[in-house]
Design a binder for this molecule. Structure first.
Ligand code: GDG
Length: 462
């Protein structure tokens, strides 16, 4: 069995519970045949160049974690700059938030070259290499230029934008050309794959062939959708563990006379949190029976706070929640509980289970795992209702959720009302179907489907 080598911006110890479903799933593959996980250590070194000094190595069972430090300059241009201030906003259709600073691309290339240089000596001839996400799009091209011949797959966790949006990135052609150095490109949804298709045909004047094969720039690559899932069994176990049960009971006691609605997101502008809160205000305004009753708990965990747009969204949300509580709050009831902190992972399923409605309403999202976690955490005998944005990758699969357009404040409020009023029979029926869907395409399916497709690709020869 070939060894698996995973490369991502950050590396997680798969044995630690805080690592979450994705790290655990990748960890499983890595454990099976012994594996290597390579990435940035999370440490920024002031002064000196990136990757100086020793590679940090740590053994986690059969998995070797290998990481390098980044210099301040590289961290700021590769990570904060090109990755999170260009690729993230553009890939989420937010051209208005992108900063096409000419200085960023140098750092992005430099760090990808550095990753390739540091990784190459660690590789064995029959390794299978799996690169993750937008930080590392040109990594395979850099590895190939250094003589790497192993199979290399790439998975993009965020959406791939339509060709016309992609074309706004000054280096768009270089980015897509770089993708052709992979043997397999995995995207979250069929819609993403269609965007790739359009780009290759219309922009790169390439061709699309049967079996998801694409040809352009004198090269070929396979590109397919592999919608990521969660570890349903693990999440259910967490739901029935002591911490989650206690959390659920506490919430049910506290809100025994009220209806709880929950949102759990990183505080990212792609997640549509202010839009959601405005729709909730509309719910209170138009359906007064929900006053003193419907309560929105919004957990917004801090993320990328040094990027300007993230400070702006935080201020917007704080003032919005303050205004709603001021306008509608009573001495014994606050409509919105906004928590700008990370909640312990063990409590998340309890919060989900206690909530009559799960609000997952991103403006754009590659997949959105919270939608799937909310479904997994429900009591099948008395399940809550998932309200899901049509702009989340998950909407392609979770058709029995109540789908909304988060830009339509009034429409979203009406769907919130529908969710709060849904009869038990309908809730059970929808939940059963949703559970079936997240089970069919769980994280184990995702990992093995991707790796099987990668193993089938025709290997690069000299
Ligand atoms: C990217 C793509 C794609 C959130 N707040 C807390 C917390 N979380 C956990 C959730 C969930 C995870 O973080 C978030 O996953 P998402 O899928 O929603 O979003 P991204 O972080 O943006 O991930 C996304 C994903 O990659 C996988 O491919 O689905 O589209 O953007 O597990 O539960 N966990 C804890 N406390 C919190 O406050 N413990």
């Amino acid at each position: 069995m070939s060894r698996l080598v995973v490369i991502s911006n950050r590396v997680a110890d798969p044995r630690k519970p805080a690592a979450g479903g994705l790290a655990v799933a990748l960890g499983e593959s890595l454990q099976q045949s012994g594996g290597l996980w390579f990435g940035w250590s999370g440490t920024v070194v002031e002064g000196g160049p990136s990757g100086e000094g020793e590679l940090h190595r740590q053994q986690a069972g059969k998995v070797t974690l290998a990481t390098i430090d980044l210099s301040r300059e590289d961290h700021d241009s590769y990570y904060l700059g090109y990755s999170n201030d260009v690729l993230w906003p553009v890939f989420h259709n937010r051209l208005d938030l992108a900063h096409f600073d000419a200085g960023f691309i140098g750092g992005y290339r430099r760090v990808n070259q550095l990753f390739a240089r540091k990784l190459l000596p660690l590789l064995k001839p029959d390794d299978v290499i799996w690169v993750h996400d937008y930080h590392l799009i040109p990594l395979a091209a850099e590895l190939r230029a250094m003589g790497c011949r192993q199979r290399i797959g790439f998975f993009l966790h965020i959406p791939l934008p339509p060709q016309i949006i992609m074309a706004a990135i000054p280096q768009h052609e270089w980015l897509v050309r770089s993708l052709f150095a992979y043997d397999l490109i995995g995207l979250q949804s069929h819609q993403d794959r269609e965007h790739f298709d359009r780009y290759v045909v219309d922009e790169a004047h390439g061709t699309a062939q049967a079996g998801d094969m694409y040809q352009a720039y004198g090269q070929s690559v396979r590109c397919s959708a592999f919608p990521i899932g969660i570890d349903v069994d693990e999440f259910m176990e967490l739901t029935h563990a002591k911490e989650a049960q206690e959390m659920c009971q506490t919430m049910r006691r506290e809100y025994s006379q009220r209806r709880l609605m929950i949102g759990i997101d990183r505080l990212d502008y792609s997640k549509g949190i202010p839009h959601r809160v405005r729709a909730f205000r509309e719910l209170l305004a138009h359906y007064p029976e929900n006053r003193r009753s419907a309560t929105l708990i919004q957990i917004a965990s801090p993320t990328r706070e040094t990027v300007d747009a993230y400070g702006d969204i935080r201020r917007e949300l704080e003032s919005l929640c303050g205004a709603i509580n001021g306008d509608y709050g009573e001495l014994d009831w606050m409509p919105v509980r906004y928590i700008h902190r990370m909640v312990a992972r063990k409590r998340v399923p309890g919060l989900c289970r206690a909530a009559a409605v799960g609000l997952v309403t991103p403006l754009r999202d590659g997949m959105n795992l919270v939608a799937k976690e909310y479904v997994a955490a429900q009591d099948p005998a008395d399940p809550g209702v998932l309200v899901l944005s049509r702009f989340a990758g998950a909407a392609e699969q979770l058709k029995e959720a109540l789908l909304v357009n988060p830009y339509d404040t009034h429409g979203t409020a009406e769907v919130m009302q529908q969710a709060l009023q849904m009869p038990l029979e309908e809730r059970r029926h929808r939940h059963q179907k949703l559970l079936q869907r997240i089970r069919e395409h769980d994280v184990h399916w995702w990992r093995s489907a991707f790796l099987a497709a990668l193993a089938e690709t025709v290997q690069v020869t000299d």
